[in-house]
Design a protein. Structure first.
Length: 517
């Protein structure tokens, strides 16, 4: 169907003026109706009509022009054309609804005008149907073949000669859309939010010289972006709306197809990771073929990283996509809330190189993912079976690193020292028994009396001198000496014995490993 503006330029008589509702000139006009002098004046209004009326007929009906404008707005007409003298109240009423109100030159023959407009509408209907069919026949094969959005948009531009671009869900440029135009578009669309409602293709005045149509591209019920067509002001036609609709349909098919492929790949990735972690390596050739389907080459060597991103505005898919873009030749997959990264490695890579790799990757991710990045890196092991061992270590390094060094830490498993031994014992229940044997009485005393003997013991074992320990705890030397005496009395341990101090230090570290979980 033609737009209100198109009818204004092509069918309404010369000298016609738009006196209200300019923001509605891009609405569709499905039909034209003429006010009759007998009630109700207009029959069977379905919406989107151009209503033609004259002052004489309005007088014969005995109603005010203002109330008639209000009634037509409520019934969803696209525009009103009036021959006669307008009242200020009627103009104001039309403007309040964003309803285009035209005034015709004196002597305009309404009946002849109706015929002319009907002819244009019928001609336009046939032309638009043919255009939509041709565009669909050209764009759909691209979408079904898996071509990306830029390819579809470039084809749309080539077919129509129109400036078409893509914006994201926040109307920021994605492809072939100028930032200045996008900024003006955001400012123009926001005031129309109530009428727009987030669905359908709408027309909008972007700047004093530029108009446009835009419509949402959705996938899974979620708006993922907007297709935008721009043209010089007074040069926008209903065909442009059809162009946008056809483009959106092709883009949504492309997105649906891509999402289906991504979901399938994610399922294969999940199955593959679980196979690697579960040690299902009976047929390495079969496993390698499965891995190749999701972009993992098991003929290469890898070290595993476990990454957890918190306080980021991005969802998991965006985080994974950004990580893939930043780290070339790596393989990424979410496992629960942990992003697993398999990074190419070589057997001769020293511990210092792995340590540096962990820091560099963590810094790059933290700079680009807009959140707090914690990373654990496992050691290198050869073969597909080595991935399982490296990933287990990476997850342990991530967990221990956050607990020991903070939420933004980058920890190489090889640097965990005694914690590696303690963590390996935890599953066998040895840590709890070990800690209880040497620290149980102190733990019980602190719990009952709100004491700080465990913290005092830890500080003493980490310090070289009594003075240094007292300074660390911010207490007087005599207070420290009293606490140390109580520790020896309650625990029955001699703090002057070197082997005892080592055992107590390990028991304290065992407690940390237990709390990590």
């Amino acid at each position: 169907m033609p737009t209100v503006e198109q009818l204004w330029l092509q069918a309404l008589p010369p000298g016609t003026e738009l006196v209200a509702g300019e923001e509605g000139i891009f609405g569709e006009v499905s039909w034209v109706v003429v006010l009759r002098p007998s009630p109700p004046g207009f029959d069977n209004l379905k919406g989107s009509e151009l209503a033609l009326m004259s002052g004489e007929v309005v007088s014969l009906l005995g109603v005010s022009l203002t109330s008639l404008v209000s009634s037509l707005a409520e019934r969803g007409v696209s525009a009103i054309g009036f021959a006669g003298r307008l009242t200020a109240d009627a103009v104001k009423e039309a403007g309040s609804h964003g309803l285009p109100l035209f005034t015709f030159p004196s002597g305009t023959p309404i009946a002849a005008l109706e015929t002319n407009i009907l002819r244009l509408i019928n001609e336009e209907r046939g032309r638009l149907y043919q255009l939509e069919r041709e565009l669909s026949q050209s764009l759909m094969p691209l979408a079904l073949a898996g071509k990306d959005a830029p390819t579809i948009i470039e084809q749309l531009r080539a077919l129509t000669g129109r400036a078409v671009g893509l914006a994201d869900a926040n109307l920021n440029p994605v492809f072939d859309l100028d930032e200045g135009v996008a900024s003006a578009l955001r400012n123009a669309v926001r005031p129309m939010t109530d009428r727009y409602g987030g669905a359908g293709v709408i027309g909008v005045e972007i700047t004093a010289k530029l108009s446009g149509f835009l419509g949402p591209v959705t996938a899974g019920g979620k708006v993922e972006g907007y297709l935008v067509l721009t043209a010089p002001r007074r040069n926008l036609e209903e065909a442009d709306r059809v162009i946008v609709r056809a483009g959106i349909l092709a883009l949504e098919v492309e997105r649906s197809r891509r999402h289906a492929v991504e979901e399938t790949e994610d399922r294969f990735r999940e199955e593959l990771v679980e196979s690697l972690l579960g040690g299902e390596l009976s047929s390495i050739q079969t496993l390698a073929e499965r891995a190749k389907r999701v972009g993992l080459d098991l003929s290469r060597e890898y070290v595993a990283m476990a990454v957890r991103v918190t306080d980021s505005p991005h969802d998991r898919e965006t985080l994974k996509g950004k990580t893939n873009s930043l780290l070339k030749k790596t393989w990424c997959h979410y496992r629960g809330d942990i992003l697993v990264i398999l990074h190419p490695a070589v057997a001769a890579m020293p511990a210092a190189g792995l340590r540096q790799l962990a820091r560099e990757v963590a810094q790059r991710l933290a700079s680009n993912l807009a959140g707090t990045v914690a990373l654990g890196l496992g050691r290198y092991y050869p073969g597909a079976g080595g991935i399982r061992l490296s990933l287990q270590e990476a997850e342990q390094a991530l967990t221990l690193g956050v607990r020991l060094f903070g939420p933004g830490s980058a920890t190489y498993f090889g640097d965990l020292g005694v914690y590696r031994l303690l963590f390996s014992l935890k599953t066998a229940g040895e840590l709890e028994a070990f800690q209880q044997e040497y620290l149980g009485r102190l733990l019980e005393y602190d719990q009952k009396h709100g004491g700080e003997l465990i913290a005092t013991l830890d500080a003493r074992l980490r310090s070289n001198t009594i003075a240094e320990t007292a300074e660390t705890l911010h207490i007087h030397r005599n207070t420290l000496l009293y606490r140390l005496q109580r520790i020896q009395e309650i625990s029955g341990q001699d703090l002057e014995d070197a082997e005892t101090r080592l055992i107590l230090h390990l028991a304290l570290r065992a407690g940390e490993a237990i709390r990590i979980g």
